[in-house]
Design a protein around this ligand. Sequence first.
Ligand code: IMP
Length: 177
Amino acid sequence: MAAIKVHDKSFGIYLSEEKILQRVKEIATTISKDYAGRRPLFIAILNGSFMFAADLFKHLTIEAELCFIKLASYKGLKSSGNVVTSIGLEDDLFGKEVIIVEDIVDTGKTLHNFLPKLHHQQPKSLKIATLLHKSEATEYPLELNYVGFDIPNKFVVGYGLDYDGLGRNLKEIYQLI
Ligand code: IMP
């Protein structure tokens, strides 16, 4: 197994570039069929999803829009829970066919906290596409409409995903050894 080091940790190859791209193309084909004539708006969540979003978007065969947003969580002054706000969401989502693009859904907390804010704008439809899903780690169940790979509950880097800021440029996905 080809091992690499990111910071202090060793990772072994888990998904090859070829395997990732083949699966991303399959998802693009499925979405192109499902959304034929509907012109969806893809909302990709930074930073991790930039590579998946780019490859997915370039293999679509339908008209579609794309925007990138960043989520920021902070402790609300009055509420005790984490509040999620988005930076960069300029479009009005009313009546739009929205597809969220995520790199990985782990516990589901991030999207669980963010989805109500999107629903509030009354999009016509709201679906989720995630490249990776750690289904064993689920704490906040979500309906995931397009999933690239269901993976074990182990830390991964590469293809946009980072370990403490590094590893995003790797073409493959590596798993913590
Ligand atoms: P969730 O809120 O627990 O679903 O976590 C989602 C976010 O955690 C992702 O968008 C990633 O930024 C990060 N994350 C979760 N697991 C991993 C991993 O294995 N590698 C890199 N980032 C991860």
